[in-house]
Ligand binder design. Structure first.
Ligand code: HEM
Length: 500
């Protein structure tokens, strides 16, 4: 290369990075000034996103501020009035789907139809939520079978020590696919392996794609996902399965029993004619279901295992009472398991999925409650610590208390208040407003069924010598259970409530 070309290219690169990293919001930003300061802070955001947010909150109080990330500037917004603004938004200025598209890079990791026609969210909000009662026996059956395999002690041993997060991910994939696609696919090990890989890698790959110029994103994803993860492999198993369902429907034989059937009922003709597109809908729902519930379930189990035997028995007693009063696992008996419900809500408060929530993209300028105008084209997010660790709402917020919400429900009126699936301004792990997670009712049913069955049929504890719940892993703000941490499970033979 000639020297002049090299100099011109370097100047262009520096000018381009100065343009990209210039703070055009008029808001204060974290990190040293100038493009180099931006890039260094963005690099820091990979491992220390939460620290940068803390720094911003301490420095600017409730005022909006900018955090540089490898994917560009993100404006942090806080305060109850601004959360109201996001909750009430109808996507015309503060937009959620475009933000999801950006975070998951749907155009590359799945396809652009997910943004243009997100009917899978409608299916979950309507048909799936209505069918939850009918899924309970299926979910219980699959829970019994899969746990008896996953938690079986080795010959001659009384207990099994298992890496929890990995095992939970597999269990959740199998159990939710019982509701999603039925017994044949949910027990197909190749499919489970491939769909878990896909679900686990989407966020990671999408993060890296966001750092690259657009032109490189498609080839980069094709290259990475052909080696590991990606939708191709799970879709290879999904497509023939969906073809059979579509053919049955064409002959008037549709059964509308699984989430796959519900998707087919809502699918536009071009997706029925091309099951590859339909398979992607199943894949995106699997992503939504597997990653989230396995994270929440693992945090909950670590904390249940750390309870004293008397406290665990207290939860067991409540489960047994609920099951006996309702004649088994039903929507009502699950609703009566308030201590389990409380543990899950505490997981949402204490960990959530990320240290920020309510990620949105501004597609028009927006005025905040204090009159600050945020320019369009930027991503915004809400730091969760000021909400979920507010001592005036949650006394002793730094303490994880499995019984925090069940105690409140015993002293206050109202069945729904303080429940795991109740979203409100003080509890946002499922988001808020028109896009609040529609799958939370299914997730709650699955997780409570699994945890109840596990507690009644297994003694659970942390491994010998481990006194406290393992610290979670944090990457770019995402919070995940430590994948190498284990729990110990011993079958409770001949105990009260066993296999109720
Ligand atoms: C503990 C489990 C779960 C957690 C913590 C969770 C969390 C979330 C969050 C934070 C959002 C974005 C909300 C917003 O931006 O306001 C969301 C959206 C969504 N979730 Fe979940 N989720 C869970 C389980 C599930 C399950 C099991 C399914 C499906 C079977 C599901 C399907 C969806 C869908 C379709 C959306 C998009 C809604 C829309 O854009 O209107 N989720 N979820």
């Amino acid at each position: 290369m000639q020297l002049e070309t090299l100099v011109a290219a370097s100047v262009a690169l520096v000018a381009f990075s100065a343009y990209l990293t210039h703070n055009r919001t008029g808001l204060p930003r974290i990190g040293k000034a100038g493009p180099v300061g931006f890039i260094l802070t963005a690099l820091r955001s990979i491992g220390s996103f939460e620290d940068l947010i803390k720094e911003g909150l301490n420095k600017y109080g409730g005022k909006p501020f900018v955090v540089p990330t490898m994917a560009g500037s993100v404006i942090m917004v806080s305060g109850p009035e601004n959360i109201d603004l996001i909750e009430a938004s109808d996507d015309s200025a503060i937009n959620q789907p475009i933000s999801v598209d950006e975070i998951l890079q749907l155009h590359y990791t799945m396809n652009s139809r997910q943004l243009a026609l997100p009917y899978q969210a409608v299916v979950v909000r309507t048909d799936v939520t209505r069918a939850i009662s009918s899924f309970i026996p299926e979910v219980l059956d699959e829970t019994r079978l899969s746990m008896s395999e996953a938690f079986a002690p080795k010959v001659g041993e009384k207990s099994a020590t298992i890496p929890l997060f990995h095992t939970m991910t597999h269990l959740i994939a199998r159990i939710s696919n019982r509701a999603m696609l039925g017994t044949s696919l949910c027990r197909n090990e190749t499919f489970l392996h491939d769909i878990v890989r896909f679900a686990e890698t989407v966020v990671l790959y999408a993060q890296v794609l966001r750092w690259l110029p657009r032109i490189l994103r498609r080839p980069a994803y094709l290259l990475a996902s052909s080696a590991f993860g990606g939708p191709k492999k799970p879709c290879k198993t999904l497509i023939p399965h969906l073809e059979v369902l579509i053919a049955e429907r064409a002959q008037g034989l549709e059964s509308s029993k699984t989430i796959g059937d519900f998707l087919i009922n809502h699918a536009p003709p071009e997706e029925l004619a091309n099951p590859e597109l339909l398979a992607m809908r199943v894949a995106i729902l699997n992503f939504g279901a597997i990653h989230t519930s396995s994270i929440f379930g693992s945090h909950a189990i670590f904390h249940l295992a750390a309870l004293s035997e008397a406290e665990q028995d207290d939860i067991r007693d409540e489960i047994v009472e609920a099951l006996k009063s309702e004649g088994g696992y039903t929507k009502t008996s699950l609703a009566k398991m308030r201590k389990l419900d409380s543990t899950l809500r505490e997981v949402g408060r204490f960990y959530g999925l990320s240290c920020v929530g309510l990620d949105r993209r501004l597609i028009k300028p927006v005025s905040l409650a204090d009159g600050t105008v945020l320019p369009s084209g930027y991503s915004i997010a809400v730091p969760l610590a000021p909400i979920h660790f507010d001592a005036s709402v949650y006394p002793e917020p730094e303490k994880f208390d499995c019984f925090r919400f069940s105690k409140l429900r015993n002293t206050e009126e109202g069945v729904v208040k303080h429940g795991f699936t109740t979203v409100e301004k003080n509890f946002v792990p499922f988001g808020l407003g028109r896009h609040a997670c529609p799958g939370r009712f299914l997730a709650s049913m699955e997780l409570k069924t699994m945890l109840a069955h596990m507690l009644l049929n297994y003694d659970l504890s942390l491994p010998d010598g481990v006194k406290t719940v393992p610290k979670p892993m944090k990457l770019s703000g995402f919070v995940m259970p430590n994948p190498s941490a284990c729990i110990v499970l011993a079958p409770r033979v001949g105990q009260v409530g066993q296999d109720l």
